[in-house]
Design a protein around this ligand. Structure first.
Ligand code: PGA
Length: 257
């Protein structure tokens, strides 16, 4: 069984006081027992307050939205893996399409970030996805395979087993137009095939492959029940406690094929 993983990516939303309010309301919307593992990835500035509000025995894990590949040094404005670990993070989102398109992050940077996360014991959530133009040109599989090969280059089976992949079609992010289950299942299948060709089948089949892009309380059950979809990376809908709680409740464990 792969335990589903639901990740709430707050992006550049919520101050630390707003984060506290969110968590208070969320505790009322959700009864705290879940068949899914849940991660909240607030902005760096709210990590501390989310950690404190969750408490040390929380069933919700803390994630960051990015990291720099160096541990420390003269990198103004950047945040390193050890800093995130120190704040209680266990996950880090890497290579989100907004980082790639708005901030010029390249595959080579993504690869360094994946390695940096693994080196300090953070679980990477590696985002891959095609643009609409790429999809319309029939390039989806090749784009995703290239992103995966660059980011996961020469990882050991052990390392690979701790990585989560998030398939996020760029055209579905923040547009209200989620991929259909058929579209998502097709790409998830090709991601699994890619992983099982390059690594030990045990490691590859234990990995979770999430779907992200306009996941909502309305479409979550359909997407999360689809074959090979092991959870969701949620943006807009995770900012509302009720919506996030509904999405979490839609996640059920699946057998490994
Ligand atoms: P969205 O964002 O749910 O608002 O489409 C998903 C993401 O960017 O991770």
């Amino acid at each position: 069984m792969r335990k589903p993983l639901i990740v709430g990516n707050w992006k550049m939303n919520k101050t630390s006081s707003e984060a506290r309010v969110f968590l208070r309301e969320f505790a009322q919307s959700h009864n705290g027992s879940s068949q899914a593992e849940v991660v909240i990835a607030p902005p760096f500035t709210a990590l501390e307050s989310v950690r404190t509000a969750l408490g040390s025995s929380s069933w919700i894990a803390l994630g960051a939205q990015d990291l720099h590949w160096e541990k420390q040094g003269a990198f103004t404005g950047e945040i390193s893996g050890p800093m995130l670990r120190d704040l209680g993070c266990s996950y880090v989102i890497i290579g989100h399409s907004e980082r790639r398109t708005l901030f010029g992050e390249r595959d080579a940077d993504v690869q360094k970030k994946v390695r940096a996360a693994l080196a300090c014991g953070l679980f990477p959530i590696l985002c891959v996805g095609e643009s609409l133009t790429e999809r319309e040109a029939g390039q989806t599989e090749v784009v995703i395979t290239n992103q995966l090969s660059a980011a996961l280059d020469r990882l050991t089976d052990n390392d690979l087993g701790t990585v989560t992949i998030a398939y996020e079609p760029v055209w579905a992010i923040g547009t209200g137009r989620a991929a259909t289950t058929d579209q998502a299942v097709e790409v998830h299948h090709s991601i699994r095939t890619f992983l099982s060709k390059g690594w030990n089948t045990g490691a590859a089949s234990a990995m979770r492959v999430l779907y992200g892009g306009s996941v909502s309380p309305q479409n979550a059950a359909l997407l999360l029940n689809a074959s090979g979809i092991d959870g969701a990376l949620v943006g807009g809908a995770c900012l509302n406690p009720d919506s996030f709680a509904t999405i979490i409740s839609a996640a059920k464990p699946k057998s490994v094929h």
